[in-house]
Design a protein around this ligand. Structure first.
Ligand SMILES: NC(=O)c1ccc[n+]([C@@H]2O[C@H](COP(=O)([O-])OP(=O)(O)OC[C@H]3O[C@@H](n4cnc5c(N)ncnc54)[C@H](OP(=O)(O)O)[C@@H]3O)[C@@H](O)[C@H]2O)c1
Length: 341
């Protein structure tokens, strides 16, 4: 008989209005039962915090179901098997799964996917460059926006997890010019010095439309939208004929209490023949092997760089998520779970 073990986890206490506060969540300790046959117990190493989790706090139908009140807020995570009653997963195996926002997870072995160690890279890479983040960049740029060599590409949220990957991929795939926007001067400097962007601007410094026009005097062919709002409107103004946008996210409105009106210039889509196409990554998982084959050697060789902003302690997960929404991250925002004492 295996001993009982505690799991420290985050539950949704009530559905937030506007920007969530500490009143909306609670950090609780749950006693886990002994493992049943074919189950494993996993100690998480890294937990993902993501913008889309804001939508799951609302009780609305979407591509992922809403969080349930008084239930753990699940999320992408990587961890290591610490106890096993499954012949498939041995103790010590690195696994990826969807039982984040807690330190210890357990369940049927089929809910955990074995991952290979990537030499000299932390296991967190499966939540950033080689995980859903990287796949989102790859699918959005190549399959949704159909970027081709010679295109001028604009990326918003460009110093974040997805955006910094998009900029590098555009450069590797032969874009003629890559432009990014971000919310601090430090991030803007990184875009050109580290992530291969040709030009960048701080969207808080003035009109996005004007700054984009200056950065892309010959217009843009592709827009990768992480932000929505004024960025999308500016991109529509800047599009060349036949322009294509991958509508990936709209973070500028996630905490809004009332929906803002959309871009005022949608009629320009007609005359320019522009396509705006949304997507959600769960519908494109079949492309993960192709993505992985292209990007993993580039990560291993250091040709494709990625940054992670790591907050320590499962007890700080909600604060890490709030920080992400305020732009306190460069690259992927993650929580590192302390090893057991
Ligand atoms: N479609 C999909 O399947 C899919 C999958 C993954 C992610 N996404 C979306 O992709 C986007 C990026 O996600 P991520 O995980 O890579 O997050 P991220 O970009 O690493 O982090 C979010 C960033 O958004 C920026 N931001 C916050 N408020 C903003 C505002 N009002 N205007 C402009 N920028 C703002 C902040 O950077 P600054 O300092 O630059 O403001 C912050 O760092 C999000 O919209 C997310 O929902 C979609």
């Amino acid at each position: 008989m295996t001993p009982h073990v505690s799991s420290h986890q985050w539950h949704l206490a009530q559905r937030p209005t506007g920007t969530p506060t500490s009143e909306d969540v609670k950090f609780v300790t749950v006693e886990l039962p002994p493992l049943a046959e074919n189950e494993v117990r996993v100690r998480n190493e890294f937990i993902s915090v993501d913008p889309y989790m804001r939508g799951r706090m609302n009780d609305v139908k979407s591509y992922v179901p809403p969080f349930q009140l008084d239930q753990v807020m699940d999320a992408d995570a990587v961890g290591r098997v610490i106890e096993s009653r499954s012949p498939e997963l041995a103790v010590g195996q690195l696994v990826q799964h969807f039982q984040g926002w807690r330190d210890v997870a357990q369940g049927d072995a089929s809910r955990f996917t074995a991952r290979e160690e990537v030499p000299s890279v932390a296991s967190s890479v499966y939540l950033s460059a080689l995980g859903l983040t990287g796949l989102t960049a790859w699918v959005g740029l190549l399959l949704i926006a159909e970027m081709k060599a010679g295109d001028t590409v604009f990326v918003s949220g460009a110093a974040g997890a997805v955006g910094s990957a998009v900029g590098q991929l555009a450069r590797l795939r032969g874009a003629s010019r890559v432009i990014g926007s971000a919310g601090t001067d430090e991030k803007v400097a990184l875009l050109t010095s580290r992530y291969g962007f040709d030009a960048a601007f701080n969207y808080k410094n003035g009109s996005v439309s004007r700054m984009l026009r200056e950065a892309a005097p010959d217009g843009i062919d592709v827009y990768f939208d992480n932000v929505g709002g004024d960025h999308l409107e500016a991109a529509i103004f800047a599009f060349n004929n036949g322009g294509r946008a991958a509508i990936c996210g709209a973070i500028s409105g996630y905490n809004a209490e009332h929906a803002e009106p959309g871009p005022r210039n949608l009629a320009m889509l007609i005359s320019k023949g522009v396509t705006l196409k949304g997507f959600t990554i769960p519908s494109y998982q079949q492309h993960a092997p192709e993505f992985f084959r292209e990007i993993s050697p580039l990560v291993a060789s250091g040709e494709f760089v990625f940054d992670e902003t790591v907050i320590d302690g499962v007890e700080n997960t909600f604060d890490a998520w709030l920080g992400l929404m305020r732009g306190e991250n460069t690259g992927k925002m993650l929580v590192r779970v302390a090893a057991e004492d």
